[in-house]
Ligand binder design. Structure first.
Ligand code: SF4
Ligand code: MG
Length: 335
């Protein structure tokens, strides 16, 4: 498959102002040198704890916040070079679903008005066909056409998320960025919405960037998974490799916290101590060393690069100095 999106060395350093003159005194390194591709038709997930830079990465791709460094190529074009007009046109191919799609919407707008407005802004469907399209969209996401004239508060959380999906679909997107799109929903509703997203992906050849803190959810939807920690990618792999043969101690800790399925080896529970350090002054060397059970002095000074050990397959990469030795049992926990 061809790359739909290429992100190269993405950097998002937010300035921190301080002092009497309000000068920039420091930076929050929210995203610090992130590189990955998304292939057409796949679901690539980014997981990590809050503050790891996953949402910031999504927002940079959407250019909701202009990145401070790096390159983004969308469908073969340099996205960051687009002027406002071209970017607005491109947004129809680049849609987003948030945790609560209605948080940013006028509560007095009916579903029909919401969907109509989306189509109108992007000028994707001729005016006289829009009503038919609205009905079709509602059916596509599993809502009844009779619900078109209802207001947001008349729907449940799961239904509202379906409306958010319909709104994204209304403009014929290529890439949908879903940021914690099912996180606020009950587990049974989560499964329904994920199944809907999968169905739509097949029908409309959609590509997803699925951002979530929840590996259990990610397991159901992803083709490939990126694990981020403090602004950096620590591991990237196809789903099966990640869940059956995780390499980075942070990934192992996250995985050990979710219930085991029969496809995985029995895991030992790894409890992480301490909070995620501040991204203002991230730890030197491996950013995970303050919480890593395997850390040595080397980890405090040398930054591990993403790489592939000879037993890893299918583009699986991790950034840990000791992954081979941990795998073989040669390197044991140091704390
Ligand atoms: Fe842990 Fe060191 Fe590997 Fe970082 S490089 S994950 S601190 S063992
Ligand atoms: Mg977030």
């Amino acid at each position: 498959a061809k790359e739909l999106l290429r992100v190269n060395n993405l950097e998002q350093h937010f300035p921190i102002k301080g002092g009497l003159l309000g000068r920039t005194v420091n930076h929050v390194k929210a995203v610090d040198g992130v590189t990955f591709d998304i292939y057409e038709g796949e679901t690539l997930s980014i997981v990590g704890e809050s503050g790891c830079g996953k949402s910031t990465t999504g927002r940079a791709i959407l250019r909701l916040d202009e990145p401070t460094g790096g390159e983004i190529e969308f469908d073969g074009e340099d996205l960051l070079s687009f002027n406002k007009k071209k970017m607005n046109k491109t947004r129809k191919h680049l849609q987003v679903i948030f945790q609560d799609p209605y948080a940013s919407i006028n509560p007095r707008q009916t579903v029909r008005q919401v969907l109509n407005e989306a189509m109108e802004i992007q000028n994707v469907v001729p005016k006289k066909e829009r009503n038919d399209r609205i009905i079709e969209l509602m059916e596509t996401v599993g809502l009844g056409p009779h619900q078109a004239d209802r207001l947001p508060h008349e729907f449940s959380g799961g239904q509202r998320q379906r409306i958010g999906i319909a709104r994204a679909l209304a403009v014929n997107p290529k890439l949908i960025i879903a940021d914690e799109a099912v996180s606020a929903l009950d587990v049974s509703i989560q499964a329904q919405v994920i199944n809907l997203l999968k169905k739509l992906q097949r029908e409309y050849k959609l590509t997803y960037l699925f951002i979530s803190h929840d590996l259990g959810v990610v397991r159901h939807i992803s083709d490939r998974v990126i694990v981020m920690y403090l602004g950096k990618i620590v591991e990237i792999a196809d789903k099966k490799s990640l869940f059956t043969n995780p390499q980075h101690p942070y990934t192992k800790a996250l995985l050990s916290a979710i219930p085991t399925t029969n496809m995985e080896k029995k895991k030992e529970r790894i409890i992480l101590t301490g909070d995620v350090p501040s991204p203002i002054d991230p730890p030197q060397g491996c950013r995970f060393h303050t919480r890593c059970p395997f850390a040595t002095d080397l980890c405090k000074t040398e930054t591990p690069e993403l790489r592939t050990a000879d037993y890893m397959q299918g583009g699986h990469q991790a950034a840990c100095h000791y992954m081979e030795e941990i795998q073989s049992g040669e390197h044991q926990p140091t704390k």
